[in-house]
Design a protein around this ligand. Structure first.
Ligand SMILES: [Fe+2]
Ligand SMILES: [Fe+2]
Length: 204
């Protein structure tokens, strides 16, 4: 009984990448994106006074549910078919299950499930509206989008945006995709100058 209740607990969240990913290329892509989203989310959460270990782990493992998806879908640069998009979207749910069952972190798992919700209620998987998504989930959504725009464009266009253009894009999506107040705080943070640690900036 003791064994069962502690199964999975105490495992290092970082090693999950290695346990789940199909190969090194997939690890390489997700590991550094994940570290940067963790770095940015932790910083923003500290400003909002809501930083804790669940936020840190959820931001690091937000895409852990993608690690087992077929590589030709994960790395596809052309537009995804409806079926492929459904498969990609499933990473919110899969990530939730992995972190809840494997690490026993129910609250962090919930943040992972809802990191693709949108302020206007058009996100997934639950179509939460406004602050029905927790502040932690809204923080991860902004930092995820910012990193994807500035560094990691694997599923979108090939070019990355400058910080300036990415900031404009966040502003454009305020109160539709993102919590506009959080966007303002995030932009303040970027304008003060942030230095992402070198080891998180590996090339794709
Ligand atoms: Fe995601
Ligand atoms: Fe992501």
């Amino acid at each position: 009984m003791f064994e069962q209740s502690t199964q999975g607990l105490g495992r290092d969240p970082e090693t999950l990448f290695y346990e789940i990913a199909q190969d090194n290329e997939v690890i390489h892509i997700f590991k550094y994106h994940s570290l940067r989203v963790m770095f940015l989310s932790s910083m923003l959460a500290k400003r909002m006074d809501c930083y804790d270990e669940d936020l840190r782990i959820a931001s690091m493992l937000h895409d852990i549910g993608k690690m087992g998806i077929a590589k030709n879908i994960l790395l596809k640069t052309e537009e995804l078919s409806e079926l492929e998009f459904t498969i990609i979207q499933s990473h919110s749910h899969v990530g939730n299950v992995i972190v809840r069952k494997h690490l026993g972190l129910t609250r962090a798992a919930r943040f992972i499930r809802d990191h693709h919700e949108r302020w206007d209620g058009n996100g997934y998987p639950r179509r939460l509206l406004g602050d029905e998504a927790t502040i932690q989930e809204r923080i991860i959504a902004i930092c995820d989008a910012f990193d994807t725009m500035t560094i990691d464009r694997r599923n979108y266009q090939k070019e990355t945006l400058s910080y300036e253009d990415a900031v404009k894009e966040l502003q454009r999506c305020s109160w539709t995709q993102f919590d506009g107040n959080l966007v303002n705080v995030f932009i303040g943070m970027i304008e003060e100058g942030i230095k992402i640690p070198e080891y998180m900036l590996q090339e794709l």
